[in-house]
Design a protein around this ligand. Structure first.
Ligand code: KG4
Ligand code: ZN
Length: 341
């Protein structure tokens, strides 16, 4: 007999994602994004995102079912991202998921979107290791977690005290007048600059704080340092060295992310680090983590980029893991938890 067919629904932010998974087989997934509608505002507008989910949900569901060659009526379980995210966006996915669960009389699982960024790796790289460190980095999250069982044993080790890594890149992009989101532009400019030309501060430097902030990140002081630097050059009438600024800034962010991920793995006897989230597209993160992990004898797993950005497969993957582990479904009255951690 084949594994249960699980439908995953993602609607935490600006992506409407739907996927069908059987065990660790991704049968089909489709993602619709409202990013184009937000770009001109320089940030996500929650009302626009909610409306876009409402408009996109049914076509996306149908497209995913077609792609997976399944009928929606044949699903065995439904998983929906319960948070963290925008409450309006989450509510659209919840309403849709609850209506489907009721109509099809199937169990419904409200799952943690952030953990989905790790669970999705099983769909491409095979079964997850017995224990591993997860580094989840995007415009909305920067988290370090210890996973001993993706279905029931996850410990949050640390997170950002202020901005997420992608958010910090986007803010530096804004300072340097790149289009929104600035992350990829800052990454590209960083590759052309000299990372040693300007030394920016490392917030909560690795190794410095042995206890409270050992696994936490802080990027807002760094962003302020970049802003001051740009101001000082501009007020002196000089030309802003954008590529060197990006290179120095990127070095600071990625130094923290990679040092703390490796430290967490060594501290917790893990031989694997799994990375998820849209910021994993960052070229410097990829190269520096590969280098530092190899030096420490650690393996790095990273899903392909398409599955690192928000999508339904990450939600279906964790749903499938919960079903396989025999975890009880959520109560029919559960509601979105926008601040879920
Ligand atoms: O996961 P994602 O698509 O959306 C969420 O934030 O949930 O991540 C997008 C974030 C944005 O902040 C974007 O600027 C950043 O990841 N990003 C990058 C790169 N590609 C995307 N930041 C730095 N370098 C990149 N190459
Ligand atoms: Zn995400």
């Amino acid at each position: 007999t084949s594994a249960p067919l699980v439908l995953g629904i993602e609607s935490t932010c600006d992506e409407t994602g739907v996927a069908f998974v059987r065990g660790t087989d991704l049968l089909g997934d489709v993602t619709a994004s409202s990013m184009d509608q937000h770009a001109r505002y320089g940030g996500i507008i929650p009302e626009i995102a909610s409306r876009a989910h409402l408009e996109s949900f049914l076509p996306t569901l149908q497209a995913a079912a077609d792609k997976a060659h399944v009928n929606v009526e044949d699903v065995d379980a439904i998983a929906v991202a319960a948070g963290p995210g925008l409450v309006g966006s989450l509510s659209v996915g919840h309403a849709a998921a609850k209506a489907l669960a009721l109509a099809l009389d199937k169990p419904l699982y409200g799952v943690n979107h952030v953990i989905g960024h790790l669970a999705v790796d099983a769909l491409v790289d095979g079964p997850l290791p017995e224990r591993f460190i997860g580094l989840i980095v995007s415009g909305g999250h920067s988290n370090l977690v210890l996973v001993r069982d993706i279905a029931r044993d996850i410990t949050e080790l640390g997170g950002t005290l202020d901005d997420a890594a992608g958010e910090a890149f986007d803010k530096v992009g804004r300072l340097l007048n790149t289009p929104y989101p600035g992350g990829p532009h800052v990454d590209r400019m960083a590759r052309e600059g000299n990372p040693d030309a300007i030394r920016f501060p490392r917030g909560l430097a690795a190794g410095k704080d042995k206890h409270r902030h050992r696994y936490n990140f802080s990027f807002s002081g760094l962003k302020t340092a970049v802003a001051r630097y740009v101001e000082s050059i501009e007020s002196a009438g000089g030309e802003v060295p954008a590529t060197d600024i990006c290179a120095g800034f990127s070095a600071a962010v990625n130094d923290s992310l990679t040092a703390k991920a490796v430290q967490a793995a060594l501290d917790h006897d893990c031989s694997t680090i799994i990375v998820g989230g849209g910021f994993s597209a960052n070229s410097h993160l990829r190269s520096l983590l590969a280098e530092r992990a190899a030096a420490a004898g650690l393996e790095v797993r990273m899903p392909p980029l398409k599955l690192c950005t928000d999508n339904g497969a990450q939600i279906a993957a964790i749903g499938a893991a919960l079903v396989a582990a025999g975890v009880a479904p959520s109560s029919p009255t559960f509601s979105p938890d926008s601040g879920m951690s």
